[in-house]
Design a protein around this ligand. Structure first.
Ligand SMILES: Cc1ncc(C[n+]2csc(CCOP(=O)(O)OP(=O)(O)O)c2C)c(N)n1
Ligand code: SF4
Ligand SMILES: [Mg+2]
Length: 283
């Protein structure tokens, strides 16, 4: 990836906030740093616009820090709380019309494979539960059916956070929200289970309470998508503002969920397991 993509033009450099200039200088664009070095580099600007204690912001941060090749990665987003932070993250990013992310990512991946036949370019969709399980479900599924070599990551806060608290397909049954005062009437859509039978070669369900698991899953998802086919990661990123818990309790809420209905799960096809084994042997 050309460094010019993230180098501010000289005329505007002085106008950029210090926080953003530090991100350009110290973000993980050209070095694989990983979670163990978290805090020594800037993967997202500190003055990002998410609410205090936002689980989505933490999820975006952990994913950005876990990417195996940040300089050769493009993240594809769509409207939702996640794209607030993505636009200020040290990874190339493009937005799409709401729900179109997997269609755009499919085209981009094919184009990048033609343009750079000798180099891996990782295309990672990073979108909310509404963007994947509701409005974008058809395009998500069809990208999996077509075996597009892209990674799809859902930051699941179990609500439409960005628009003030409507229920999404991923909201828990019975959950009361600002705009679902009677409580949701049906269970979470089983997107993880659907991914397993729709062509994904690797899938994982994790929470922001387990950063190491997120790092492992992001790495596996990216490596398998390069060589085998589509991969899916579903990260529980609880929203204190809409689920109405104290912002300092986000990780505790995620950890509680992990003990129950959001237990860590991994799915891998034989072909994907062989691919990862071979990569481990070679390294
Ligand atoms: C075509 C279209 N329909 C509706 C919207 C309004 N809209 C923006 S974000 C959003 C909900 C996003 O929910 P989710 O994907 O769960 O992301 P979150 O904000 O919770 O992170 C909606 C309905 C839009 N921008 N475009
Ligand atoms: S509404 Fe929820 S998901 Fe959105 S920024 Fe605030 S805490 Fe994060
Ligand atoms: Mg959401």
């Amino acid at each position: 990836m050309s460094t010019r993509i993230i180098t501010p033009v000289a005329e505007f450099a002085d106008l950029l906030p210090q926080d953003y200039r530090e991100l350009v200088a110290n973000g993980p664009f050209f070095a694989r740093r990983g979670l163990k070095d978290l805090g020594t580099f800037k993967e997202i600007i500190e003055e990002h616009p998410h609410c205090a204690g936002c689980g989505v912001a933490l999820g975006v941060r952990l994913v950005a820090a876990s990417l195996p090749a940040p300089a050769d990665t493009i993240i594809i987003g769509t409207p939702g709380c996640s794209f607030f932070g993505l636009a200020q993250t040290a990874v190339n990013y493009s937005n799409t019309a709401f729900g179109n992310q997997n269609a755009v990512a499919s085209g981009l991946k094919r184009m990048l494979s033609l343009r750079y036949p000798d180099r891996h370019k990782d295309v990672v969709v990073l979108v909310g539960d509404g963007g994947i399980a509701d409005i974008g479900l058809d395009m998500t599924l069809h990208s999996w059916f077509r075996r597009e070599k892209i990674v799809t990551i859902m930051v699941d806060n179990e609500v439409y956070g960005n628009t003030g608290g409507q229920e999404s397909g991923m909201t828990k049954e019975g959950q009361v929200l600002n705009m679902a005062p009677g409580g949701k009437k049906f269970p979470k859509i089983p997107v993880f289970e659907i991914a397993k039978v729709s062509g994904c070669a690797y899938a994982a369900k994790v929470t922001v309470a387990s950063p190491r698991m997120i790092e492992k899953a992001v790495n596996r998802a990216v490596l398998v998508a390069r060589q085998v086919g589509p991969t899916y990661l579903q990260i529980y990123t609880p929203c204190p503002t809409n689920l109405k818990f104290s912002p300092d309790q986000t990780v505790r809420v995620a950890a509680e969920a992990e003990k129950g209905y959001y237990a860590v799960e991994e799915f891998i096809t034989d072909e994907a397991a062989r691919c990862l084994q071979q990569l481990t042997t070679e390294s």
